[in-house]
Design a protein around this ligand. Structure first.
Ligand SMILES: Nc1ncnc2c1ncn2[C@@H]1O[C@H](COP(=O)(O)OP(=O)(O)OP(=O)(O)O)[C@@H](O)[C@H]1O
Ligand SMILES: [Mg+2]
Length: 452
């Protein structure tokens, strides 16, 4: 006989589930995170009727239907605006500004004559009002302070606003499930039900989700498969800058980023992040400017490196904003192909402004910053670099070189160190390097230059 009403034990951190309780979650390795949840049992087998089919060519859909959120940076990350009836998960650490961003978007949406609803489970109506006042008014935003999933779904179905924000999905509670709000089963159920409501009633829904210690959106990973877009809102705790990026987007590129600055009157979009992050001090050892591409937008970023002698058997390679594997590879290539020996030194690399770069086009600038720090020689004045460094030491061509060169010219950089074969474009002087070894003397200032 099958076990009736069996319990499952799931980990709210990573979504791992097991038939019995375990002290340590095998999924994420955390201790004491598994909690008991009773399985949701459905009634008898439903009787289903067949549905008529439709040819895809007969389906009517218009790209122009996208709803502008009134926040250009958010629109860009969404792929040109919000798609009606879509489900967007916005994740971010506590206090990064998720509620602020979405409240600003809702206000702008109501200003354009659409209906926008804010479902708040975390804050009271008065608290939301105070924030709205600080941000410059509440427009015609409608508000519902509710955590009961059933009520939220019923309200959405009857009111049918154009856009709805659920702040946050972890506070929603389905009465028929025994587990606590925020648990795996509850979050999964809430997202599933809201997805159906969004698709059936044509409401575009933003779900606010909290982030775990490792930066993943809390709750089961299944949430990420369910929704149409996953946006991550990241920020440097000590700075006012915030970066919004798409981890998944069914309607657009995942490479786009939106940059904001947190001010007392709300988040202000930074249309020109290069100006902010791409300035380096002339003559500074261990700093290089990379011209990386984020989606369709080139962005200049200052890369800083520190190389310090160590007695550790395994020297440290610490990367902030750069993939640690990529850093290890660049260090190895520099040692093997460019005679920059780093075996006895710790290497630290940091991208200014708390920005993260995943693009391989930044490799050359990272290599230049490390070599500059290792040799104690600054990078040439007014120089930016781009190009992917391969394992053989060759510098590979990077995509969209023209746009990168335009960005460098715009910021007044005089020279760009680029892969061999890069076509000349605009006013900046182009210096071509075929290998990492060739790039170093071209990018670094003369070793004889006086230093203090
Ligand atoms: N008066 C103010 N001046 C400047 N910044 C402010 C002010 N009030 C709030 N902030 C900023 O707004 C942030 C909080 O924003 P918000 O409540 O939108 O974050 P959140 O991501 O929704 O947080 P939570 O996860 O706790 O809901 C604060 O961390 C702070 O940086
Ligand atoms: Mg909030």
């Amino acid at each position: 006989m099958a076990k009736a009403a069996a319990s499952v034990f799931s980990c709210p951190e990573c979504g791992y589930s097991s038939g019995r309780w375990l002290g340590r979650c095998p999924g994420c390795g955390e201790f004491g995170t598994l909690v008991e949840e009773s399985k949701f049992t459905e009634g008898g087998a439903p009787v289903a009727a067949a549905k008529p089919l439709l040819r895809l060519v007969e389906v009517e859909a218009e790209e122009a239907d996208r709803i502008s959120t009134g926040v250009p940076e958010l629109d860009r990350v969404l792929g040109g605006g919000l798609v009606p009836a879509s489900l967007v998960l916005v994740g971010g650490e506590p206090g990064v500004g998720k509620s602020t961003l979405l409240l600003m978007a809702l206000r702008a949406i109501t200003d354009s004559g659409r209906r926008a609803l804010l479902v708040t489970g975390e804050e009271s109506r008065a608290q939301v009002k105070l924030r709205a006042d600080r941000l410059g008014g509440a427009g015609a935003i409608e508000i519902l302070a509710e955590t009961e999933l059933e009520t939220v779904c019923a309200t959405l179905e009857s009111e049918r606003p154009d856009v709805c924000v659920i702040d946050s999905v972890q506070t929603l509670y389905a009465g028929e499930l025994a587990s606590a709000p925020g648990s795996v089963a509850q979050v999964r159920e809430a997202a599933g039900r809201l997805l159906r409501v969004a698709k059936d009633s044509g409401v575009a829904v933003f779900l606010v989700g909290h982030v775990t210690k490792d930066g993943a959106v809390a709750g089961p990973r299944v949430l990420e498969h369910l929704v149409d877009c996953v946006l991550q809102f990241e920020g440097d705790r000590y700075r006012a800058h915030r970066v919004l990026r798409a981890a998944k987007n069914r309607f657009g590129s995942t490479n786009e980023i939106g940059v904001f600055e947190m001010t007392g009157t709300g988040l202000v979009g930074v249309p020109d992040p290069s100006e902010l992050f791409g300035r380096s001090e002339a003559g500074e050892v261990g700093a290089a400017v990379a011209c990386a591409l984020e989606g369709t937008r080139p962005i200049l970023l200052e890369i800083q490196a520190l190389v310090s002698p160590t007695d550790l058997a395994m020297p440290r390679r610490v990367a902030t904003g750069v993939d640690p594997k990529r850093l290890a590879m660049i260090v190895a290539v520099l040692g093997r192909h460019a005679r920059v020996a780093l075996g006895g030194a710790d290497v630290f690399v940091n991208v200014a402004g708390g920005v993260r770069i995943d693009e391989p086009g930044a490799d050359l600038a990272i290599a230049l910053a490390i070599a500059s720090a290792a040799r104690g020689v600054p990078v040439k004045d007014g120089l930016a670099a781009f190009g992917e460094v391969g394992l053989t030491g060759r510098v590979r061509a990077a995509t969209q070189a023209e746009r990168r060169l335009e960005e460098c010219a715009k910021l007044g950089l005089s020279t760009v160190l680029a892969p061999k074969g890069t076509p000349r474009h605009g006013a900046v002087a182009l210096v071509e390097a075929g290998t990492a070894a060739q790039a170093l003397p071209l990018g670094l200032a003369e070793a004889t230059a006086e230093r203090d």
